[in-house]
Design a protein around this ligand. Structure first.
Ligand code: ADP
Ligand code: MG
Length: 693
């Protein structure tokens, strides 16, 4: 076997776990039997030979062929990492995929998760010095590059799900183009489902392309005759029909987000409960990113057997976001229900607005989705749209995220990495110049880049924080108003899934519970209050339950906050608070929010509609706000695009604070004509009068 650094050797047919020195468990042998049947297994030797002979290899393989779980292990077995110093990385666009696959691979290698096999996602590091195989989000590897520019910790990097073309993966590819010549001992394996692999090969000039043939079965596709008005209802109806009429096999339903998925699961369970006993049992599992890990694992459990001996077997339904499109493979799926939508990031550089929007999927996505039905036997895919719509309305492939994203965070990262010439950076698809300009402009307004475009002290500090630049700015400004402790709590709450729960059937009770924490002119302060009360009640589960607070989110927020505190200390930023009983307590927070979020401000027009400053977008306060009435000026956290434009999580501010904290942005010499301009002018006059007194 190959030598693993100092003391570990591996032999494919050994009975002894090379990491622990103990005999392999029964579970190991059970899984090994399944692993050896995966299509990539036949490719092991050829693949390893190709990797030995080439620095970059592109691998294209059907989803479910075993790329993600097996190929990184092969590299470990071939001796790339050295225990205690280097490791193999495998990047994933999604957090859930990184954690779920790491846990699976730890089982496959018969080691404890967090030891030899680990994962790193933002704010969560389950890895150690012993880690030789690390699954991580692409964003985390990019972040690591900032402190380890040549990525010396890694001997091999698998960029997985490259076909997804996430922003971070695209940037990593560009970065690795520069790192590879400087690191002759580093291997790069670009892994992709069967799309676009040729494009990657061209990009990494001369890299061999290996194809892993998948074992797929035919999938029969059905379309609806008419467009569906309500795709969730249609999905439920179709699923129940499959359950009642089709032969055994599990069902995968694609929806767009948590609320929709939970709602669908509830309705499916309710309807299934009314079925006569000659219909098999139906178990329903949701899958989305904020689901706790234990609940996520359930999707892999076996469908229930028949209710009585010889009866109809039960069926499993997984209702999932895009995660199940290519990232995670669930065995046993025979039926796919595809309404044709997913949540996608869109960015409008002119309006400077980035938002998640439920949008039609692409033809390529639709094909991936239907492919999920043919993994183990011939399957069926029910597309809840017409064939004509598939052909005429769906675009061929999803645009790469880099063309749909706000680039401020990436530009800051690249600047930190010393890449100054963004225009000539070797992007697989270069972002629109206007988007880059917007990003540079934002970073300049926030003082992260000077007028020459060079990184400032503020910029370095911002880049140290694992946060969006504007969020980082909040922490940097907070000591000026001696409220860094309060802002830390708010930022932590904004970095985790929603802390307020609002189940549909208990909406009124949930709203009443939230009202106890509400601050009538700041949703940010409402978050702060809820977090404070959670601490005050000793993080009690009962307290959270009784008050419709999401304990898991608050717990995560607590953890995030601790990590941010350490970063603040490292950067010598003072941790300070105002007295909770003084009026300064909330005012200081509101001033900090104004000082950092001066580019996300809306002004109430005489018509009663809010308009965003400089970008002139009409918006409304999101119904979830606890801010009373219609204040004249608000800063907002998030722009939500639905049938209407909403701003969510808002805090009241005023023209005096805005001009005092951001005169360079509220510069009258180039301020667009709008209703707000007059108030800005008055605020400057007041400021001048105060100065002359
Ligand atoms: P690919 O990356 O080529 O799409 P994967 O390596 O993700 O393929 O999947 C290979 C196999 O491993 C699939 O059959 C999948 O069902 C199985 N698998 C992955 N994770 C788990 C898990 N947590 N539990 C059970 N099986 C799993
Ligand atoms: Mg995979």
């Amino acid at each position: 076997g190959a030598s693993y650094g100092a003391n570990v050797t591996y032999d494919q047919h050994t009975e002894t776990n090379p990491w622990s020195g103990e005999a392999f468990s029964g579970k190991y042998h059970d899984i090994l039997k399944k692993r050896t049947k995966l299509p990539v297994y036949l490719f092991r030797d050829k693949l390893l030979k190709t990797v030995r002979e080439n620095q970059i290899v592109v691998i294209e393989g059907e989803t479910g062929s075993g790329k993600t779980t097996q190929i990184p292990q092969f590299l470990v077995e071939d001796g790339y990492p050295t225990l205690g110093s280097t490791c193999v990385a495998c990047t994933q666009p999604r957090r859930v995929a990184a954690t779920s696959i790491a846990s699976r691979v730890a089982d496959e290698m018969d080691v404890k998760l967090g030891a030899e096999v680990g994962y790193t996602i933002r704010f969560e590091d389950e890895s150690s010095d012993r880690t030789v195989l690390k699954f991580m989000t692409d964003g985390m590897l990019l972040r690591e590059a900032m402190s380890d520019p040549l990525l010396k910790r890694y001997k091999a990097i698998c960029l997985d799900e490259a076909h997804e073309r996430t922003l971070a993966t695209d940037v990593l590819m560009g970065l690795l183009q520069e790192v590879i010549p400087k690191r002759p001992d580093l291997k790069l394996i670009v892994m992709s489902a069967t799309l676009d692999a040729k494009k990657f090969q061209d990009y990494f000039k001369g890299a061999p392309l290996m194809k892993v043939p998948g074992r797929t079965h035919p999938v029969e596709i059905f379309y609806t005759a008419q467009p569906e008005r309500n795709y969730v209802e249609a999905a439920i109806r179709t699923t129940l029909q499959i359950h009642q009429c089709e032969s055994p096999g599990d069902i995968l339903v694609f929806l767009t987000g948590e609320a929709e998925i939970e709602d669908c699961c509830r309705q499916l369970r309710d309807s299934a409960a009314t079925f006569p006993s000659n219909v098999g049992e139906l178990v329903v599992y949701p899958l989305y990113s904020s689901l706790p890990p234990a609940a996520q694992r359930k999707i892999f459990s076996q469908a229930p057997g028949p209710r009585v001996a010889g009866g109809v077997p039960g069926r499993k339904v997984v209702v999932s976001t895009n995660i199940a499109e290519t990232s995670l493979t669930i065995d046993g799926i025979v039926y796919v229900v595809d309404p044709g939508f997913s949540k996608q990031k869109i960015f409008n550089p002119r309006a400077r607005v980035e938002s998640l929007l439920v949008s039609p999927i692409s033809q390529a996505s639709a094909k991936q989705r239907s492919g999920r039905a043919g993994r183990t036997q011939p399957g069926k895919c029910f597309r809840l749209y017409t064939e004509l719509s598939f052909k005429n309305d769906l675009q061929q492939a999803t645009y790469p995220e880099i063309l749909r994203s706000k680039m401020s965070s990436v530009v800051l990262t690249l600047k930190k990495l010393g890449i100054d010439d963004l225009v000539h950076f070797d992007f697989l698809d270069p972002p629109a110049p206007e988007t880059l300009m917007r990003a540079l402009e934002l970073l300049n307004y926030h003082g992260a880049l000077d007028d020459e475009g060079d990184m400032t002290e503020v910029g370095y500090k911002m880049a140290e924080m694992p946060l969006d630049p504007q969020m980082a700015k909040l922490l940097l400004v907070s000591p000026d108003y001696s409220c860094s402790n309060e802002i830390l709590s708010i930022v932590a709450c904004l970095s985790v899934p929603a802390i307020f729960m609002r189940p549909k059937e208990q909406a009124k009770l949930a709203d009443d519970a939230k009202a106890q924490f509400a601050v009538d002119d700041s949703d940010h302060c409402t978050l702060l209050n809820a977090y404070n009360e959670y601490l005050f009640n000793n993080k009690s589960r009962d307290y959270c339950w009784d008050n419709f607070l999401n304990e898991r989110s608050l717990n995560q927020a607590d953890n995030v906050r601790n990590q941010l505190v350490r970063i603040m200390q490292k950067l010598d930023l003072p941790l300070t608070s105002n007295d909770r009983k003084s009026s300064r307590y909330y005012t200081a927070v509101k001033q900090t929010l104004t000082g950092a979020m001066f580019m996300q401000v809306a002004y109430l027009q005489r018509s009663g509609v809010y308009m965003t400053i400089k970008d002139n977008q009409s918006v409304s306060l999101h119904p979830s706000t606890d801010v009373n009435g219609k204040p004249q000026w608000v800063v907002y956290e998030e722009f939500v695009l639905t049938s209407k434009n909403y701003i969510r999580t808002v805090t009241v501010t005023n023209a005096d604070w805005l001009v005092a904290s951001a005169p360079h942005y509220y510069d009258l010499t180039n301020f667009p004509e709008c209703e707000a301009k007059g108030e800005i002018e008055q605020a400057y006059r007041r400021m001048a009068q105060r100065a002359s007194k």
